[in-house]
Ligand binder design. Sequence first.
Ligand code: ASP
Length: 609
Amino acid sequence: MYRTHTCGDLRLADKTRTVTLAGWVQTIRKFGSITFVDLRDRYGITQLLFSENLNSNLEADPLGREFVIQATGNVYERSNKNPNLATGDIEIGITEFRILNRSMTPPFTIQDDTDGGDDIRMKYRYLDLRRHAVKKNLELRYAVNRSARNYLHQHDFIDIETPFLIKSTPEGARDFVVPSRMNPGQFYALPQSPQTFKQLLMVSGYDRYYQVVKCFRDEDLRADRQPEFTQLDCEMSFIEQEDILNMFEGLIKHIFKEVKGINYTDTVQRMTWEEAMWQYGNDKPDIRFNMRLCNLKKPGTVFVDRTDHYALINDAGFAVFDDAETVVAMAVPGCSEYTRKQTDELTEWVKRPQVGMKGLVYIKCNNDGTFKSSVDKFYPEVKLRAISAAAGAVPGDLVVILAGAEERTRKAISDLRMYMAERLGLRRPDEFKLLWVLDFPLFEYDEEGNRWVARHHPFTAPKPEHIEVMIGNDPVIRDSEKYLEHPYAGIKANAYDMVLNGNEVGGGSIRIHQKDLQEKMFAALGMDKEEQEHKFGFLLGAFEYGAPPHGGIAYGFDRLCAILGGSEIIRDFIAFPKNNSGRDVMLNAPSEIDGIQYEELQIKLDLKR
Ligand code: ASP
């Protein structure tokens, strides 16, 4: 037997017991002829005391950090207790020990505040995983996984595995492809998600499906994306959107409760995509704080005209506002006393190429009730007061205003909103706020191809009242400048996203289950009959054999875990992640393959560098 207890087990009540522990040497401290060793395993750390009589053994064959040892001894009460350690009241007086394996000195310290940088820790991930900080993330991940499974099981969902070697699934990214040796010149694609399979399972009658499943997308990795990631993927039959929203609110509340001990009793807020864009400039707004947008220009066709503050900036001769498509203001709480240097900094921030604004206008709503702005020349105090009031500002706030082209300006103010909230400590990692964003546009305009693409995926059903618009209009966009005026721009989908603290943690839709509507959809995306048959013949075929009404959702499991862990860095919640260039630096993958492998695949490499 290697051990009687783990390094996290022993307490004062175990005093005088003879125990054997096994684990890794965390630290060694020598005081004269006695030596203290902190022994670590997955469960904790226990202090071992090697007294004088073991001194010669230690001198002959010294221990080192990360050696694996087995040690036997008696449990003693510590005179110098460590309240920060669960086992801090006791130590083990060692009578016998043996080295089970040696270790080189690790390239970084195996501690929460390690001295190792990202790269070195990725290279030695197996050592990094020994750190408590990483281990607790993986434990949380497991807890979320277990909790989700429990809930889904209680609600009659069944976990069904779907294949990885498949044909392309369009989720808007590039596929990873795998050559087939048995079918020379042909390739499998790795699934971007199990989307079509879960729909086929609905056709087969498995009316509640789920899977915790790897998905693969060959995207340029923006910050915090992984080429392979995990989804909690779900699908249900005989449901409407409302059923899905209820079921999956239930799921997330169950996870909150079981994993975080949070009783989330608030009603989950709902907002249409239009509202989200209009009020926050973003389709996944963080609603833990207010800072809503005040639109000072009449909206283009996408938005319903909701508030009317459009007269406030008129007739002032300020060309920046007059000529802009969009002008949006936002009250930033408590920042009226920003110095010139600080407002300049904000201006520089929005002028960075990633944000792309030409400048920033501000109004200081002073505590004494006066107003001071960067556009005093154009706007008298009474106007500044009116604009500030429209933006919901109170004395002490700083109103910031951006002006420019619609999409860019809305994105910029949304970025600025998040940036300021972060600066002001309004994005607290221990506060959780859920939101459903509903009624997304069905189509998105692809500028490069001058065509429509599916915003969610091509299997998403349009709102019933928009089906006629889809069928009755030619999808061709004649004037690309005016794509927003095309009837397709206004078609809404029965699609929903679950947003948690400003992150999209889940997304799904009610699906098309009628063959003719699915064909219309494919046609709207520019696929002729032949291409439809070639790519999706199996699905169209299945829809001819009694497809039930169905819909579903998939959670980004890594991200959900990260947020529940109070972080937004998904890599820290994945045992073996890839770096930002999609490399596994530990395996050194991807890498070249052997010549023989090319031969077997009958492939000749001819890189166009
Ligand atoms: N398959 C979709 C996705 O990966 C989710 C869904 O529609 O259920 O985004």
